[in-house]
Design a protein around this ligand. Structure first.
Ligand code: PRP
Ligand code: URA
Ligand code: MG
Length: 222
């Protein structure tokens, strides 16, 4: 895990060869939907494992079959709310919940309109009560202009004040990170990698394309 000095509380996993190998497969245009979804699940799992290193632990006394000894529990692992941003976060959430198996889960739909406005349509919001001891993990693989997550965070914060707000993503553009940190300075961000820039259609470069379409197929209008 590597802190990015351009912002407070922003981390990438560019120092992890294994996470970078999974990301390489996701970026590759020859990777089909089955491997793409599996890659997102894997990234969710391994990034969640890394994030447990930032969580509070507590000493516990237990007995082995032979004697008493001291161990630990990752206390905050038990107080997690995962917010899944439809569509592309579904496989990422599947990976995250393997590590945060106690998590309550909120589902939020968000669909980004076209450039230059990138208006976010949010029709479906089902979020559990958020408590003071909770770590709220907002899962969205792609952080491009940041508009989606700014809106999602604004909505999620209505459900109670958490101990931590943590975004988990795959790729982020610098523009999006800056906008999110300006709107929500209390948010931490963990992404596999921070890419170069956005193109004029709001896609991350070099990126991996449209994560939702690559995972689930391109939707059509009827
Ligand atoms: O940072 P932003 O500029 O807001 O863009 C990021 C959002 O765009 C994609 O969702 P999209 O609207 O394509 O929906 P989908 O997941 O259903 O494809 C992606 O999954 C993010 O949620
Ligand atoms: O590059 C991008 C930007 C937004 N959403 C995506 O799925 N990909
Ligand atoms: Mg999409």
């Amino acid at each position: 895990m590597k802190r990015d000095e351009r912002w407070e509380g922003v981390y990438s996993f560019e120092d992890s060869p294994f996470i970078m190998e999974i990301l390489t497969e996701l970026r590759d245009e020859n990777t089909g939907p089955i491997a793409f979804r599996k890659g997102l699940v894997k990234l969710g799992r391994y990034m969640a494992y890394e994030i447990t290193k930032t969580m509070a632990t507590e000493k516990v006394l237990i007995r082995t079959p032979l004697e008493e000894t001291e161990g630990i529990i990752v206390k905050d692992r038990r107080n997690v709310v995962i917010i899944t941003v439809l569509r592309a976060a579904i496989p990422l959430m599947e990976g995250l919940i393997k590590v945060f198996e106690h998590a309550r889960v909120g589902i939020v739909s968000a669909s980004r309109g076209k450039a230059p406005k990138f208006e976010i349509e949010m029709k479906y919001v089902k979020v559990p009560r958020i408590k003071a001891e909770d770590t709220v993990i907002i899962a969205d693989p792609m952080i491009a202009t940041g508009s989606t997550l700014i809106k999602v965070l604004g909505e999620v914060k209505k459900y109670g004040k958490a101990k931590r707000y943590v975004i988990v993503g795959v790729l982020a553009a610098p523009e999006g990170i800056t906008r999110i940190k300006e709107a929500h300075p209390d948010v931490e961000m963990f992404v596999a990698a921070i890419d170069r820039e956005l193109n004029d259609k709001g896609y991350i470069l070099p990126g991996l394309g449209d994560a939702g379409d690559r995972a689930f197929g391109e939707p059509v209008k009827v």
